[in-house]
Design a protein around this ligand. Structure first.
Ligand code: G1P
Length: 298
């Protein structure tokens, strides 16, 4: 059974939710604490054992490729100034993975973005990590991609992560209908992209982490546009689910939609709280702020 060595990270979106910041800076390069969003996503893939990262890039995404490349002038200056800890940080990023970038020449939807990775994925199974979602690790199960990769390697069945959402959030996500096999592990029976809360009883949403049998590429080749005129990944997952089965797993990690303004701020606060250099001071600030807010002083 195949080990998962490749991951597709779609990063070709226009980032309209973050304009004007994203007019010149790709959404995936916005900073969380001291690193761009994409750094956390690539790090998750690497920690799950992925070796090749296939970046589906759009116009103006050079900054992402440059981020994972050598920066000669900067590294030379850091070496001369003896700033070895910073130099070490940069070389770690450069050596993280093979980043292979391929252009999605038209913005035809997430399904089309994944199919764009076919020349590099070839016949292999692969992971997909949406480039603007951040998930944390837990000491017991590692990160979400790790859970999915190990599940695929055990079962040879495509695996996706799911999370419970409130009624008001159902129409923001792909929603999975499921049958529970054991606690936290489900068979998917159907999927719908962004249904109204009245159109499905399920509240299991897809947070943007998947591991696919290569058969999904065959399905995507003949996929037709649907919701918003886009080729939706969820439609092809529906076919995959019928053809080959699809497992779904819950997870304990925290997850942030860093492509959304509130999610982005929450990710910054929570990851800064986890940061040894910032955590204590930020915590005292937050407690002080909270006291002021409760006292109505803001
Ligand atoms: C995409 C997927 C959707 C998934 C979501 C996760 O939607 O199409 O199924 O639940 O990501 O964030 P988007 O947010 O790109 O509209």
């Amino acid at each position: 059974m195949g080990k998962i060595r490749k991951a597709i990270i779609p990063a070709a979106g226009l980032g309209t939710r973050f304009l004007p910041a994203t007019k010149t800076v790709p959404k995936e390069m916005l900073t969380i604490v001291d690193a761009p969003i994409i750094f956390y996503v690539v790090e998750e893939a690497i920690k799950a054992g992925i070796e090749d990262i296939i970046l589906i890039a759009g116009r103006g995404k050079h900054a992402i490729e440059d981020f994972f490349d050598t920066s000669y002038e900067l590294e030379d200056r850091l070496a001369k100034d003896g700033k070895l800890h910073l130099l070490e940080k940069l070389s770690r990023i450069r050596n993280m993975a093979n980043i292979i970038s391929i252009r999605q020449k038209q913005a035809l939807g997430l399904g089309h973005a994944i199919l764009t990775g076919l020349p590099i994925v070839g016949d292999d199974p692969f992971a997909v990590l949406l480039g603007d979602e951040i998930t944390t690790e837990t000491p017991t199960s590692g990160n979400v991609t790790n859970l999915l990769c190990r599940s695929f390697e055990d079962t040879n069945v495509s695996s996706i992560s799911i999370m419970k959402v409130d009624d008001k959030d159902v129409s923001k996500y792909g929603i999975a209908e499921t049958t529970e096999i054991r606690p936290g592990f489900f068979k998917v029976t159907d999927l719908t992209e962004k249904p109204k809360p009245t159109e499905t009883k399920s509240r299991w949403a897809l947070p943007g982490r998947y591991v696919f049998d290569n058969h999904i590429m065959e399905i995507l080749k003949s996929a037709k546009p649907s919701l918003n005129g886009e080729i939706q990944l969820t439609d092809s997952m529906r076919v995959l689910c019928r053809d080959k089965g699809l497992n779904a797993m819950t997870f304990e990690s925290r997850r942030f939609d860093a492509g959304d303004k509130l999610g982005y701020l929450q990710a910054n606060i929570e990851l800064a709280l986890d940061n040894p250099e910032l955590g204590d001071e930020l915590k005292s600030y937050i407690l002080g702020l909270s006291a002021r807010l409760q006292g109505g002083k803001r």
